[in-house]
Design a protein around this ligand. Structure first.
Ligand code: ADP
Length: 447
């Protein structure tokens, strides 16, 4: 195992990683910006190093400072969490060149999956079903028209370097294609510094279903079932659950097996998520994330497997602690992403938490870095914590979630807790009857 792990992240995920390290007896180093001096991950880590000013480009994305912190503290591995440097192939390469372990897949795998065009081609080659669309990138209008006519409207134009739900434009008909293509290209260029785009069929009412995989880097790999993340706002996940309320056991086993074989085929190392849209019983690959996901806890709750512990094991060459037959799905889990935002307008609400009382009891887990008296800095995303609830059945899980949401008190700032209190009592949600557009419609009708 590692001598010391540096956690190159902040907030709840830094704490989540720290917990896994502590349980393995590995000393931890927290890095932080000047805005995060009083953050919980800084308080709980064995050592901490300030790496720069509040702006994340100068701190959490500052590779030089993070490398210096590694050298000062003698850390021999870095866990990047999610976001920030977690899917930065260059960072993984720099670490390797310095003999520091990047707790994640190889730089090559990050690079392949980071380019969505290449990712899709790779997925197809590995036997994963993909959304019908262009073979590669699309640059000119005539080519776009030809592909769109072949696959049929509506189509979606997506940035090859896209992420976080940005850089996507839908064209319902051919007369909107040219505008969509140009807007997507300029948005992609502004947001990601890369104007490459591709076209795929725009699915009308799909669900977002993703498969958690874990590779040992030596050709071994397993899947840990799926998560249904169809409740989204602006293509961003809001509520996630596992298992999906709509999947049959045979379909789960089939898609899981395809994904596990695919990662074995490329010798993938560590945690990954193969994301699909699911419509009329068919799976369509959209992308692969080469890191731990925000919503990983629902998988942990139904499998009992600590994914960060497995990441640490794989990265230190100890191998996975489980094989496919050890992965047994037990009950149901739901995660609500609690943001410091107004529940109706979603306007960020940084500031001081004057009172904080998280829920507890059987089957209730709160992954959060906040505490009473803590001031949420305005410089970062607004996720302040995740409420994850487990039950023996989906019904029990929903009842428990209802109860836990009632107990949860966060005063002094706005949070999205009231939104979840509404959602948990909604009939469609209770029946599991929703797709990727459901939440947007629900919010629009609420106004
Ligand atoms: P990102 O990397 O920005 O998260 P994804 O490719 O994972 O982008 O897509 C994010 C979300 O956008 C999906 O969960 C879905 O809601 C929507 N989306 C993406 N591709 C399509 C498509 N072909 N048809 C319909 N919706 C799509």
């Amino acid at each position: 195992m590692f001598r010391k792990v540096l956690i190159a992240n902040r907030g709840e995920i830094a704490l989540r990683i720290l917990r896994a390290c502590k349980e393995l007896g590995i000393p931890t180093v927290a890095v932080h910006s000047t805005a995060d001096e009083s953050a919980m991950h800084v308080r709980l880590a064995d050592e901490s190093v300030c790496i720069g000013p509040p702006a994340y480009r100068q701190s959490y994305l500052n590779i030089h400072e993070i490398m210096a912190a590694c050298e000062i503290t003698g850390a021999d591995a870095i866990h990047p969490g999610y976001g920030f440097l977690s899917e930065n192939a260059k960072f993984a390469e720099i670490l390797e060149a310095h003999g520091i372990t990047f707790i994640g897949p190889s730089a090559e795998h990050i690079r392949i999956m980071g380019d969505k065009i290449e990712a899709k081609q790779t997925a197809k080659r590995l036997g994963i079903p993909v959304v019908p669309g262009s073979e590669g990138g699309i640059t000119d209008e005539d080519e776009a028209k030809k592909v769109a006519a072949e696959i049929g409207y509506p189509v979606i134009i997506k940035a090859a370097a896209g992420g976080g739900g940005r850089g996507m434009m839908v064209a319902m008909t051919e007369d909107r294609l040219s505008e969509a293509l140009h807007t997507a290209r300029s948005e992609a260029s502004a947001a990601f510094g890369d104007s490459s785009v591709y076209i795929e069929k725009y699915l009308a009412k799909p669900r977002h279903i993703e498969v958690q995989v874990m590779g040992d880097g030596k050709g071994g790999g397993i899947h840990l079932g799926e998560r249904d993340c169809s409740l989204q706002r602006r293509h961003q996940k809001v509520w996630e659950e596992a298992p999906s309320p709509v999947l049959r056991e045979a379909d789960r086993a089939k898609i899981g097996d395809i994904c596990a074989k695919a990662i074995q085929g490329i010798g993938y190392s560590g945690a990954g998520t193969v994301e699909f849209l699911w419509e009329n019983g068919e799976f369509y690959f959209i992308e692969m994330n080469t890191r731990l996901q925000v919503e990983h806890p629902v998988t942990e709750m139904i499998t009992g497997i600590d994914l960060v512990n497995e990441q640490l094991r794989v990265a230190s060459a100890a191998g996975l602690s489980v094989n496919q037959s050890d992965v047994v799905i037990n009950g149901h889990a739901i995660e609500c992403r609690i943001n410091a935002e107004h529940p109706d307008t979603f306007v960020p609400s940084p500031g001081r938490i004057t009172y904080y009382h998280p829920p507890g009891g059987l089957g209730v887990r709160v992954d959060s870095g906040v505490y009473q008296g803590y001031s949420i800095p305005p410089h970062y995303d607004s996720l302040i914590g995740k409420l994850i609830v487990h039950g023996r059945t989906r019904e029990e899980c929903l009842m428990r979630l209802h109860r836990a949401l009632d107990e949860f008190v966060v005063d002094g700032i706005n949070t999205t807790l009231p939104l979840f209190r509404d959602l948990v009592g909604n009939e469609d949600i209770q029946k599991g009857n929703y797709n990727i557009h459901w939440l947007e419609h629900y919010l629009a009708n609420k106004k």
